[in-house]
Design a protein around this ligand. Structure first.
Ligand code: AVI
Length: 302
């Protein structure tokens, strides 16, 4: 059955839904809105870091033939990097076809000489890149601290996949969110305008469409807190009332206060993450951080 993984997750002792299901059309728009909230510092901090350190980053990376961006979304960050590196080819990989295709079209419009392509793929599985993409001088660009949404073993597996996409002439430029004061972290995942709460609840509407369930999103509250043991923000949806939810061939009762775990966002200390890069086959690692030490960009080479 399609989306069997969703049902399996919902039937776990602590119900869970993969964060990849946040990103239907509305979810992708809400995520974009989150990145503009004053509390959500990662996107802004990364953009400023990229712009301020452009010369150093360019010097470290050198000539790049192809930029590959998994999770490219609307191509906004790709635009900044392509302006800095001037590659000949850009390959955006994303699960949201429409937004990616618009983003790639925008990049092509900004630079008609750029060979910009879209590869629609689910990044939670191994992705095979089309053979015609040249192997030399590839740069895998993974901004936005998206690596933080994988659990550490999956993150390591992802870094190994990135290593397999490049040869010895290539590299990986990756953004990570660093540990910091709990208040700052928790506010970033629970903004005053309630956009993150809407984003979290919207996963239930998406799941309803995918598996034919009858979740009532208005019966669930957004929860976001820092788990210091695992060094991660956890997002959950908490049932406001006891309720029964049904889907084709099954269902589950939730008691008032019971939670569905929807996301982890890991905050890695720089040295811990540099160690993971080495484990994944990247021998040389350089990094840049903002003045507050909140966010880091790392450039890793084989
Ligand atoms: C996409 N990802 C890096 C975001 C994060 O910060 O973990 C997703 C997000 N969830 C809530 N706010 C933002």
């Amino acid at each position: 059955m399609q989306h069997e993984d969703i049902i399996q997750g919902l039937m776990q002792p602590v119900a869970q839904i993969s964060p990849k299901y946040f990103y239907d059309q509305l979810g992708s728009k809400l995520f974009e809105a989150i990145t503009n909230q004053p509390e959500y510092y990662p996107t802004r901090t990364e953009r400023i870091l990229l712009e301020q350190r452009a010369e150093d980053i360019k010097r470290a990376i050198g000539t790049t033939h192809t930029v590959i961006e998994p999770g490219a979304g609307n191509g906004e960050k790709a635009q900044i990097l392509c302006d800095i590196l001037k590659p000949q080819c850009f390959v955006g990989v994303d699960i949201s076809a429409e937004i990616l295709q618009e983003g790639v079209a925008r990049l092509r419009h900004a630079d008609p000489n750029l060979d910009a392509r879209a590869v629609i793929a689910d990044l939670t599985s191994r992705v095979q890149l089309p053979d015609e993409i040249p192997r030399e001088r590839r740069l895998v660009f993974y901004p936005g601290s998206s690596i933080g949404n994988f659990d550490p073993p999956q993150a390591l597996e992802w870094l190994r996949q990135a290593r397999a996409w490049i040869d010895s002439s290539g590299g990986l430029l990756i953004g990570i969110d660093l540990p910091k004061e709990v208040d700052v972290l928790e506010a970033a995942y629970d903004d005053a305008d309630g956009i993150t709460a809407r984003f979290n609840r919207n996963i239930l509407s998406h799941v309803n469409r995918l598996i034919g369930s009858d979740f009532d999103p208005s019966e669930w509250s957004h929860q976001a807190f820092f788990n210091p043991v695992a060094s991660r923000i956890e997002m959950h949806l908490q049932a406001d009332t006891s309720q029964s939810v049904h889907w084709a061939g099954g269902g589950r009762d939730f008691v008032c206060g019971e939670r569905i775990h929807t996301e982890n966002s890991y905050k890695y200390p720089l040295q811990v993450f540099a160690g993971m890069l080495r484990q994944a086959g990247f021998a040389r690692v350089q990094s840049w951080t903002d003045e507050r030490g909140w966010y880091a960009l790392l450039y890793a080479q084989p």
